[in-house]
Design a protein around this ligand. Structure first.
Ligand SMILES: *Cc1c(COP(=O)(O)O)cnc(C)c1O
Length: 395
């Protein structure tokens, strides 16, 4: 239509009053529909980015006013609403400057001198932070192997706070989360689950009884390796208001552009995850036949020790595979150097496949074998991925 041509569309007409997310039943629809601006004629489909540190106002701020962007701002809200709906929480999520800022906020719930149980198999940053808080005398840390049921139950006795992650990183053990959460709750502990690996599309810990869900949205939720952001979700209003106050005072807030990018990434989470899981299943199955490898861990493999729990507990097996080399660290390093399409890099959950020999990181626990390479499988064509992996194994 050329400029100046009168519009042939009717000037009047009605739009449904129903917000798009109210018409969504399935989570793979919700990732697309939640957090949209109100639907009015001519309104933008996407929420805008507001680059403003402060908001206009007179007299005392009211409860719902926007005053200063560290307290609240409109660019966070669609993302916080979307993650909460996906995790099944009735309250908006809280977003943070990084996953670790969210982890740190969660650990701030441990009372001074209180007891926190953290598995040694948790994300390295989380274990590192918990150890430093222990060394400073801020809390008493009990490190556990979460697959040792009796040791875990002993540690839960008298604990204030229990941290769990399943599947574990990078060994991909699947924990019996409903049983562990129930045991910790019975003993009066607050339970936080790091759900970064599974995303709310595969596992919803609040429904399993957890008090708090933590995400590094840097990984699958953002999905494009171009943003760092963390999220906390709870259904408990008292906890949420403590955490919100803590965030306002500590100031680890995400920027508006980061919030917007993360919401943009979330829109395609369902299709990215489906494709990455299909690729991971194919690759894990083919890797199992390779003589260069002593072990292939992927919960989707029927022979994997975590397979039956994963099938019962998760809505998908994820996109992370761990492989161990029969030829040890030298063979693993040779594999890493021979990769052409797959990028050697830390991190996970992006559209591109990444590989990392985890023990190259000095802080990686020694329970992780020296030759273990973690693959974060992306959404490329699986035959290109397999060609690259098999030529690198041949090298
Ligand atoms: C990456 C990661 C974190 C930390 O998130 P950042 O965004 O890097 O700060 C926490 N937990 C898990 C499981 C992670 O993979």
């Amino acid at each position: 239509m050329s400029v100046g041509t009168p519009s042939l569309r009717p000037r009047t007409g009605t739009l449904s009053d129903m917000a798009p997310h109210e018409a969504s039943v399935y989570p793979d629809t919700s990732v697309v529909s939640v957090g949209r601006p109100e639907r009015r004629r001519g309104s933008a489909l996407n929420p805008p980015i507001e680059m403003s540190s402060t908001f206009v106002g007179v007299h005392a701020p009211g409860a719902d006013d926007y005053v200063y962007a560290r307290f609240s701002n409109r660019t966070w809200e669609p993302l916080e609403e979307a993650i909460a709906q996906l995790e099944g929480a009735p309250l908006p999520a809280l977003s943070y400057a990084s996953g670790m800022a969210a982890v740190s906020a969660a650990l701030s719930l441990v009372p001074i001198g209180g007891v926190a149980v953290v598995p040694s198999t948790s994300y390295g940053g989380t274990v590192g932070l918990a150890r430093s808080l222990h060394d400073e005398g801020a809390l008493e840390l009990r490190e556990i192997d979460p697959s040792d049921w009796n040791a875990a139950i002993d540690a839960f006795e008298g604990a204030d706070f229990v941290w769990l992650e399943s599947p574990t990183n990078p060994l991909l053990d699947v924990l019996d989360l409903p049983a562990l959460i129930a045991a910790a709750k019975q003993r009066g502990a607050l339970v936080a689950i790091d759900n970064t690996f599974s995303t709310p599309l595969r596992q919803r810990p609040l429904g399993l009884g957890a008090d708090l869900v933590v995400h590094s949205a840097t990984k699958f939720i953002g999905g494009h390796s171009d943003v760092l952001l963390g999220v906390l979700v709870t259904a408990n209003a008292g906890l949420r208001s403590r955490l919100q106050q803590n965030r306002t005072l500590h100031g680890a807030i995400p920027g508006p552009f980061e919030s917007w990018l993360t919401l943009r990434g979330l829109r395609t989470l369902a299709v990215r995850l489906d494709r990455a899981e299909q690729n991971a299943t194919t690759l894990a199955t083919r890797l199992t036949g390779r003589k260069e490898l002593s072990r292939v861990r992927y919960p989707g493999l029927p022979a994997d020790p975590g397979h039956s729990l994963a099938t019962a507990q998760l809505d998908g097996y994820g996109a992370i595979i761990s492989i161990e080399f029969a030829g040890g660290v030298t063979a693993a390093e040779r594999f890493m150097e021979a990769l052409r399409l797959i990028t050697p890099a830390t991190s996970l959950g992006g559209v591109e496949t990444l590989a990392e020999r985890r023990r190259r990181q000095p802080g990686e626990p020694h329970t992780v074998p020296e030759s273990l390479v973690r693959l974060s499988v992306g959404i490329e064509n699986v035959e290109d991925l397999w060609s690259d992996i098999s030529q690198a194994l041949d090298a």
